[in-house]
Design a protein around this ligand. Sequence first.
Ligand code: BES
Ligand code: ZN
Ligand code: ZN
Length: 483
Amino acid sequence: MKVKTDKKPEKGVVAYFLFKEDKIPAEIKNITGKLSDEEFDRKLGKTYSTATLGKAKYDRLLIVGLGEKKDFEPDFVRRAAGSAVRYCKSIKCPDLSILLPKIPKIAARSAAQFITEGAVLANYKFMELKTKKEEYFDVKNASIITSDKAAEEGVKTGVILAEAQNYTREVNEYPANIMTPRKVAEYAKQLAKKNKNLSVTVFDEKAMKKKGMNAFLGVARGSTEPPRLVIIEYNKSRKKLPLYGLVGKGITFDSGGISIKPSKNMHEMKYDKSGSIVVLGAMKAVSELNLPIRAIAALALTENMPDGNAQKPGDIVKAYGGKTIEVLNTDAEGRLVLADSLAYVSEKNPEAIIDVATLTGAVVVALGKHAAGLFSNDEKLARLFEESGKRTHERVWKMPIWKEYSEMMKSDFADIKNISGTGQAGSITAAVFLKEFVGDSRWVHLDIAGVMDITNSHPYLEKGASGTGVRLIVEALQFISKK
Ligand code: BES
Ligand code: ZN
Ligand code: ZN
């Protein structure tokens, strides 16, 4: 989809977003005549459409409700744009214009950005593995109608962010037989080929062994697919810019290993690579927005499988940096691959480290599918992500990491164990395990297990991998880089 700003709508569908309190503009009345509340109640997401029958230059008029002003949230703009795109798809119209609405407290630039995001996200559906592509209709052109120059910047940013999120949705949707660790490494290299300010280094098993990344390698042992630690650097040579670290859990399939999972929803564990693919998408956006920072990302990629060579409960491994870990449950593997990766990135002394992981089922119990769990050793950093969560509607909820929780992870035979064994505070004990490997770095951990995929109807995302986290992280980095 091409998105641009324009002065006047020309063709196709023209959409107006209206609050309950808004006066119906004359140009609408001209087409619809008097509009009663029964015909169009203007509740959020409700639509009214009609052919213009020669009364305007374009073919169809669409009105999308924004609800009452007092209930307004910025995400409603994305949702309304999503409704407009879905309407266009339903009537197979390739051209959509949206009049930039006036919204109290939201600048034209932001409104244009949110409309763009909603439209580009709603237009995307994973079709790569369907043989009949004609089942799917794409909206080709979207114009945001305004004379405000600032809107153009909003459109540009919105396109980069939404396309990065769609990229993450696509890469993450591929199942484990296709999207292996080696394949993800290829995607990263491909991205760096296009975006010249990115560079990629891939560590294979041998390189990891040499570095002593035995926690990571322990997880990989049970699989015939070789693991990869993919390092992506942004603005690598511009040493004066502040450095930020990103780390993503990239389990391309989590069977649980010897502590094997029940078969019922095991197929969903193709999404256990979400964290690393979110990081990949975030790096794409950061590089295209040309943010004035440096970044180093580590994607910790492997399968977690049971076989004759697999790691066993009770095994003790020495992680990168020397700490020993007792592996009491092989299904708590994310924290093991992250341990080595976090320790590696923290050595580079970044201003802050952000890790993203589908780490625990417990976070889904706590927060459901409406927020990621946030854990941080730095109040300011936590607040930054809370604010970014509000603006992007990729919401987070902060959990405590008091030292009592760390006590729960002490091992009888090693420095630390990978589960507490109490069945309590599962997401927090996972987080405090990670904390042991970030040294003195400021750090935030996002547990995205609940938000990795869309399973119910959503106003602008189709079912499947959600790409949640890309806009959240980039928003936070954008904010940091403006200061
Ligand atoms: N990948 C899972 C967590 C998960 C569960 C992600 C559901 C998405 C949806 C993780 O590796 C895992 O298995 N965690 C265990 C930890 C337990 C053994 C302490 C869990 O949550 O059950
Ligand atoms: Zn697991
Ligand atoms: Zn996992």
